[in-house]
Ligand binder design. Sequence first.
Ligand code: IPM
Ligand code: MG
Length: 362
Amino acid sequence: MAEYRIALIPGDGIGPEVTGEACAVLDAVGRRHGHAFRTLPVLAGGAAIDATGAPLPDETLETCRECDAVLLGAVGGWKWDTLPGHLRPERALLGLRSGLGLYANLRPATLHPALAAACPLRADIAAQGIDVVFVRELTGGMYFGDRGRREGKFGLEGFDTEAYGVGEVERIARVGFELARGRRKKLTSVDKANVLESSRVWREVVVRVAAEYPDVALDHMYVDNASMQLIRRPSDFDVVVTTNMFGDILSDEAGQITGSIGMLPSASLGDPGKPGMYEPVHGSAPDIAGKDLANPLATILSVAMMLRLSLKLPKEADEVERAVTAVLASGARTADIRQPGDGNAPLGTKAMGRRVVEALGA
Ligand code: IPM
Ligand code: MG
């Protein structure tokens, strides 16, 4: 029996609820295929601050490094919002990303046909379908650049620095091109090269790497325009590669146009052979935490990405995705994806998880 080790970070807010259902799905997959998925629970975020005083204890990072993959729920909450920057729960995420070398963040945004009515765009636009993968650079740019406070022209000022190096852009560009090659062969690189020097370097490097991928059509878009085109003609986008900050912003926009951010999974990857981290794009949603209201499908779909990308179990990944599609087609809805006029009562987190397990036939 193949054994896989998965570091499990339930985290804060709705994190424990959604990872609970995702683990039930994982167990079901294991039963069907004779795999042992061993989960090793570790602390990060607010839960770690409460228990140890630090958002990312060393042993969490060590356990993650020794596992095949990391599954994370969400971190953060009101309780820790007033702590200084370096002690906030979000530091745990940034520390995991840099500590595990996870420079490529894959955020697929798909409009499931059964959820077309949840898409806030005009019906004729939604009818063309949405199937985009965002490739967000995850360990560079402003989120990791020099920052601080200093005296400026207007008194005390805060500053952050955006910088991108050639090697850093090359590796993320390659992730984008490789992914596009396996899909519709279109890559859009999003930058702000009309203003930012870091974006001009970004664009030069992407153009250079494009020479290795003559089969992929590359175009460039300024981020302000990209945010507009995404709602005007989303079906034109295939793969989008962009910086850490632009990817953070645009992937939330993509979440909204595909119906609910509660549906969006993500994978954060480093060099081949290193553990990847899988998490829903939504956050900890403290307002609905502990109420059995959260949609577990983003985390369940993140498990599918983990099966495919880190554990190299593509058949099992397909099964999980098909089970989610079947459950949606049957009319099952959590509150976030329910439309006025939907007949059935909304399902809670647990009931939705159970439906997926049943659809798997386990
Ligand atoms: C995300 C989140 C994080 C980010 C925050 C919580 C640090 O918004 O994963 O998109 O900005 O990367
Ligand atoms: Mg974000």
